[in-house]
Design a protein around this ligand. Structure first.
Ligand SMILES: Nc1ncnc2c1ncn2[C@@H]1O[C@H](COP(=O)(O)OP(=O)(O)O)[C@@H](O)[C@H]1O
Ligand SMILES: [Mg+2]
Length: 257
């Protein structure tokens, strides 16, 4: 059975077909990259699947169950979490408190977010373990605002991961960081995701990164799925090269840089 299946999913903004009849099946354990030019509908698809946007029509099945009308909280409880293109951190809180808050919210323990985790040893231990998995132990007590961009992106992924999802959508986890930091972020994310058997959908622009890490690549264009396949299949797809790079030919993906 597919972990996630969208069936004829649509979400329009007026005339703009942000998500246009998307039928996508994702098997458990897959590491998928979702690519496409700016405005292709990648974030909108992620938003609809994670309930940050409602669908106009179509269905979302998670583990075979229809979750189309479920709230964000219900979908998190079912096992769907996501990170954000623009990170969604509590800037005034430490890295540790950000993770602890995610764990508290998952466990529905929050009463007063101002007085945080320090009292709960289980949460403290788990938050420290999550920070360690993301290589952020050394930044534990730093205020989120003061972290480097790459660390902020990793922390945002860590918050989604702390919800213990089965399916994790990561919206441009490497945007705004240097090429070197990109590799480090992707190595960290891939090792956590694969190590825990989490199914991941990563929105990413850098095709070198996409080809390196993905089991499957899904290409969106104007709200619809233009193509999908293995890195090798997508590398050879001239229509995809044309859409993504504005150039075609067998070397389209290696001509840059
Ligand atoms: N909240 C919104 N209101 C109006 N239009 C939107 C909104 N969100 C996205 N869009 C439009 O939907 C299309 C897809 O956007 P988006 O999903 O952000 O694309 P991507 O993430 O692939 O860059 C774009 O034309 C965008 O301008
Ligand atoms: Mg986007």
């Amino acid at each position: 059975m597919n972990l996630l299946e969208t069936v004829n999913l649509k979400r329009y903004f007026g005339e703009v077909r942000a998500v246009d009849d998307v039928s996508l099946a994702i098997a458990e354990g897959e590491f998928i990259s979702l690519v496409g030019p700016n405005g292709a509908g990648k974030t909108s698809l992620c938003n609809v699947v994670s309930a940050y946007l409602t669908a106009d029509s179509g269905r979302i099945l998670f583990k075979g169950r229809d979750v189309t009308r479920d709230s964000i909280v219900e979908r998190v409880r079912a096992g769907i979490a996501r990170s954000f293109q623009l990170v969604n951190l509590f800037d005034d809180l430490s890295a540790f408190d950000n993770v602890a808050l995610a764990i508290f919210s998952r466990d529905r323990k929050i009463r007063n977010p101002g007085r945080l985790a320090h009292l709960d040893r289980a949460v403290t231990a788990e938050a420290d373990a999550v920070l360690a998995q993301f290589g952020l132990s050394g930044k534990r007590n730093e205020t989120a605002r003061d972290l480097a961009q790459g660390e902020r992106k990793l922390l945002d992924v860590a918050l989604a991961y702390a919800l213990r999802p089965k399916l994790l959508f990561l919206d441009e986890p490497t945007s705004g960081v240097s090429t070197r930091d990109k590799g480090q972020i992707m190595d960290t994310v891939a090792s956590v995701v694969r190590g825990e058997g989490i199914t991941a959908v990563i929105i990413e622009h850098d095709m070198d990164v996409v080809f390196k890490y993905s089991d499957r690549i899904v290409v969106m264009h104007q709200g619809a799925i233009l193509a999908q396949g293995t890195p090798d299949e997508i590398r050879k797809n001239e229509q995809v090269a044309l859409i993504l790079l504005g150039t075609s030919g067998p070397d389209a993906f290696s001509e840059r840089d």
